[in-house]
Write a protein that binds this ligand. Structure first.
Ligand code: FEO
Length: 176
C-alpha cells in the first residue's frame, strides 16, 4: 500500500508528465507552422514518450491499490523566439523533471518504500537519456540556426520513431 503522501506525490507526477506531453505537442505545432516537419516529428515522438511516462505512473498507482486523481493541466506556451529557444526550453524543462524524480526517490527512501524506489529507478535512468538527447539537439541547432544546415537537421530529426520498451504493456498504447 502506498502512503497517503506518496500517493499524492505520484499523482502529482502524472500531471507533470501530461504537461510535458502537452508542451512538446505545442512545440510540434510551432514547428509545423514554420514548415519544419522533421522538428515537428521529433516533438510528436517526444510527446508520445511523455504520455507513456504518465501511463507508467497511472499503472503503478493502480497496481499499488491507490487511487489515480487527475489534476488540471496548465496550458503550454505556443510560441518561441527561435528554434534554439525551443530546445533551451526543452533542456530546462527536462532538468526540472529530473529534480522532481529525484525528490520522489528521496521520499521513497525516507519512507523505506522499496517498491516505489525500484519503480522510480527506470525514470532516473530515463532522465539521464532525456537530458542528453535535449543537449545533443540543442548543440546541433546552435551550430546551424540561420543557415542551410537547419534543413539538413530537419531531415535528420524527422527519422525519429516512437517505440515502446520491449515487453511493455500499457493500456491504450498496445504491446511492444
Ligand atoms: Fe517524462 Fe521527459 O520526462
Amino acid at each position: 500500500m502506498l502512503s497517503e503522501k506518496m500517493s499524492i506525490a505520484l499523482n502529482d507526477q502524472i500531471k507533470w508528465e501530461l504537461y510535458s506531453s502537452y508542451l512538446y505537442l505545442s512545440m510540434a505545432t510551432y514547428f509545423k507552422d514554420k514548415g519544419l516537419e522533421g522538428f515537428a516529428r521529433w516533438m510528436e515522438v517526444q510527446a508520445l514518450e511523455e504520455l507513456f511516462h504518465a501511463m507508467k505512473f497511472y499503472s503503478y498507482i493502480n497496481e499499488r491499490g491507490a487511487k489515480v486523481e487527475l489534476q488540471p493541466i496548465d496550458g503550454p506556451p505556443t510560441t518561441w523566439q527561435s528554434v534554439t529557444a525551443v530546445f533551451e526550453h526543452v533542456l530546462e524543462h527536462e532538468r526540472h523533471v529530473t529534480e522532481r524524480i529525484h525528490r520522489l526517490v528521496d521520499q521513497a527512501i525516507e519512507e523505506k518504500d522499496h517498491a516505489t524506489n525500484n519503480f522510480l529507478q527506470w525514470f532516473v535512468a530515463e532522465q539521464v537519456e532525456e537530458e542528453a538527447s535535449a543537449s545533443e539537439v540543442l548543440n546541433k541547432v546552435k551550430l546551424v540556426e540561420g543557415g542551410q544546415g537547419l534543413f539538413m537537421l530537419d531531415r535528420e530529426l524527422g527519422q525519429r520513431t516512437f517505440t515502446l520498451p520491449p515487453g511493455t504493456t500499457i493500456i491504450g498504447l498496445g504491446k511492444a
